[in-house]
Design a protein around this ligand. Structure first.
Ligand code: NAD
Ligand code: DAU
Length: 347
């Protein structure tokens, strides 16, 4: 049996990852450590404890809390760590940068330290995977489509979010170089799919369109993102965790660049809603223009490539939100309204 500590497992990608592990890796015992911030929701893992009572445990806690981490490491013989826990929304990082530094930088540093100490320098068969983002590379020109982010593209983050993620990457790399600590880093492009919090583009636009509310498109709507279905991302993380080369970075992407405005109109068309719901609003500060991942390293070394097509999965994703109205009502009932008003009213 392998014991895997998943941090941030009650969030969007973490919950999809836990489901994948429990369903596909019968020899893994999963510990999910999550602070349950506004983005963490045990409703994302409904039924998991009942389905896998012997292979899953939830611990409510913060990766910044050294005592909780030490207790988890004392109670369990942990083999693998996958660090998803993060403040993950760029817009919120513009409002509250310090929170991002606390969790994404100090929390990750704390996790590295506790793992290093309790593993007592015996790193054989241990693995620590830091889930990072393509945003650490900065932005790409839109008039030069053949240029993409590779693993050797210099780090040049622009938002407090991406700067905090880049800092964690550098710390993780430093632990590998200095201590031989068994680190792997993945840098993925934009994910979409079930259980994504509706502060992010796709679920926000679906929710607004369903409710005949305006769809706030930043700037000219021509910013480009490289979209990947969440299950593809989770499978890539598992491949890197099991077979990646220690100390290496692996880019993960969908080879699927789309302008924001095209996604928004696709959602409206799928739902049969008028384009007049689109409202162009003041741009995001420091808004990166284009992201695009060159994922040839992970394909060549680990034989991973995306299985899902955006043209099909966007429909599956919209249908998922339409069938899970209770989930949506739950997540937008609390802090979300305040956030939405702060971010969008009068914009
Ligand atoms: P999310 O915001 O949906 O989930 C984050 C989770 O982390 C939540 O469950 C939250 O409660 C938990 N958390 C936050 N602070 C914590 C702390 N201090 N201690 C313990 N738990 C804490 O985020 P997501 O979209 O699922 O992203 C997960 C990871 O993947 C992040 O590290 C993010 O940077 C990275 N990533 C996301 C995307 C994307 O498109 N969403 C793409 C590439 C990389
Ligand atoms: O690239 C990976 C990153 O993708 C992850 O590291 C982040 O955690 C994740 O949040 C995501 O960041 P983005 O900033 O690209 O995602 P977001 O969904 O916030 O925005 C996508 C694009 O849509 C971006 O160009 C901004 C635009 N946008 C977003 C919102 C919320 C709008 O035009 N209107 C909106 O209301």
């Amino acid at each position: 049996m392998k014991t895997i500590l998943v941090t941030g497992g009650a969030g969007f990608i973490g919950s999809n990852f836990i489901r994948l592990i429990l369903d596909s890796e019968p020899d893994y015992f999963v510990i999910n450590l999550d602070k349950l911030t506004y983005a963490g929701n045990l409703g994302n893992l409904l039924g998991i404890e009942e389905k896998y009572p012997k292979r899953y445990v939830f611990v409510h806690g913060d990766i910044c809390d050294e005592m909780i981490l030490t207790k988890i490491f004392t109670d369990h013989d942990i083999d693998f760590i996958v660090n998803f826990a993060a403040e993950s929304h760029v817009d919120r990082s513009i409002l509250q940068p310090n929170l991002f530094i606390e969790t994404n930088v100090l929390g990750s540093a704390n996790l590295l330290n506790v793992a290093k100490t309790t593993w007592k320098e015996r790193f054989d068969s241990k693995r620590f995977l830091q889930v990072s983002t393509d945003e650490v590379y900065g932005t790409l020109p839109e008039d030069n489509p053949e240029i993409k982010f590779t693993e050797s593209t210099p780090i040049q983050p622009h938002s407090p979010y991406s700067a905090s993620k880049a800092s964690a990457d550098l710390l993780a790399q430093a632990y590998f170089d200095t201590f031989g600590f068994p680190v792997l880093i993945t840098r993925c492009s934009n994910n979409y799919g079930p259980y994504q919090f509706p502060e992010k583009l796709i679920p926000l636009m679906i929710n607004n369109a369903v409710n005949d509310k305006q769809l706030p498109v930043y700037g000219d709507g021509k910013n480009i993102r490289d979209w990947l279905y969440v299950q593809d991302h989770c499978e890539a993380i598992l491949a890197v965790l099991q077979s990646g080369k220690l100390g290496d970075v692996y880019n993960i992407g969908g080879n699927n660049e789309i302008k924001n405005i095209d996604i928004v109109t696709m959602i409206l068309d799928y739902l049969g809603k008028p384009h007049s719901l689109i409202k162009y609003v003041t741009d995001r500060l420091g808004h990166d223009r284009r992201y695009a991942i060159d994922a040839s390293k992970i394909k060549n070394e680990l034989d991973w490539e995306p299985k899902f097509q955006f043209s099909e999965q966007i429909g599956t994703t919209i249908d998922w939100y339409l069938s899970n109205t209770e989930w949506m009502e739950n997540v937008i009932s609390g802090e979300y309204q305040k956030y939405y008003d702060l971010m969008y009213s009068g914009r």
